[in-house]
Design a protein around this ligand. Structure first.
Ligand code: AMP
Ligand code: MG
Length: 301
């Protein structure tokens, strides 16, 4: 768990890594375009590896999402009777344990039990909403703290307001799994870029991979680039990803678990960590905490 964390507030990422010797593939997974780039590999090997990695990421999405028709253990938990134990898939249980630890470490800013509140705000709905829900409905959807408990035979919830939503961590986990599959297939140099959330391995023909950082208010603008080599994950949470403006106010999908409203202290937060799972969870936490949250990361370095 210990590791490298650095924060680049108000930044967003674009990958700039074009080279004719690279293999590129783009797939639509987890509601976003996922771009695979592989360098210095046999084309057939790379193509097979990317296909397997994409399948693995789709498997993770199916296992964690609460926003599609298909059933999974997360949705079973969310409709379970209070005080009864539900068996979660092993991977879900592992990520939930990590998420609960990060909830504690972030003083509650990261909260994996916001499913009901997130559904009320409706940012994952099609079409997305154009005005905020009623205040009393918001207040009635905020989960009490500590409402999820591990038992001998599974997991329990103690409140109907308590519904799991892995939207702030599952994409990172899927990226990590995708990289693991690429590696297992013999790939040493690659990037997986899931809508700006990135993990890189190896190098770009011996040079660092170059990652562009996008301005949160100007989609076409790159604020700067960072160069990374080895095994590095870079994930951003931003208020421009899913939002609407109502009567001059911006409403977006990252919620402050205390107020039940969109977190107001950041436009964007980027975290670099040793896994995309950690970078994903912490970028959401830091987005909610705003600049004071940086202190939590300094302690973790
Ligand atoms: P991200 O883009 O990684 O910051 O994740 C945002 C998504 O995570 C939202 O669409 C919700 O599904 C969920 N979410 C919103 N607020 C929080 C929060 N404070 N803690 C954990 N998950 C959240
Ligand atoms: Mg996140």
């Amino acid at each position: 768990m210990a590791g490298m964390f650095r924060l680049f507030p108000v930044l967003f990422l674009l990958v700039s890594c074009s080279n004719s010797a690279d293999m590129h593939e783009t797939r639509f997974i987890m509601g976003t375009l996922v771009e695979f780039t592989v360098a210095d590999a046999d084309p057939e090997l790379a193509e097979n590896a990317i296909r397997q990695a994409a399948e693995e990421m789709q498997r993770i999405d199916d296992m964690f999402t609460i926003y599609r028709e298909r059933d999974n253990s997360v949705k079973r938990f969310n409709r379970s009777r209070l005080g009864t134990s539900v068996r979660l898939d092993d991977e879900v249980a592992r990520i939930l344990s990590l998420a609960l630890a990060i909830q504690q470490e972030s003083n509650g800013a990261f909260n994996p039990a916001l499913g009901r509140l997130n559904r009320l705000w409706g940012f994952s709905n099609e079409p997305p909403p154009d005005h905020p829900p009623a205040e009393d409905a918001i207040a009635a959807s905020i989960p009490p703290s500590g409402c999820i408990r591990k038992t001998e035979d599974g997991w329990q919830r103690s409140s109907a307001r308590c519904e799991l939503d892995f939207g702030a961590i599952a994409k990172g986990y899927a990226i990590d799994r995708g990289i693991a599959v690429l590696r297992r297939a013999g790939i040493q140099h690659a990037i997986i870029n899931a809508g700006g959330d990135i993990r890189v391995i190896g190098s770009h023909h011996g040079k660092p991979w170059r990652i562009g950082l996008r301005h949160p208010r100007s989609a076409g603008d790159v604020l700067g680039t960072i160069e990374v080599k080895g095994d590095v994950s870079i994930v951003t949470s931003g208020d421009y990803e899913r939002f609407y403006i109502d009567r001059g106010q911006r409403y977006h999908h990252i919620l402050d678990p205390d107020s039940g409203h969109p977190a107001a202290l950041s436009q964007s937060a980027t975290v670099i960590a040793e896994t995309a799972t950690l970078a994903d969870a912490w970028s959401t936490a830091i987005f909610v905490l705003g600049p004071p949250g940086l202190k939590l990361l300094e302690r973790r370095q």
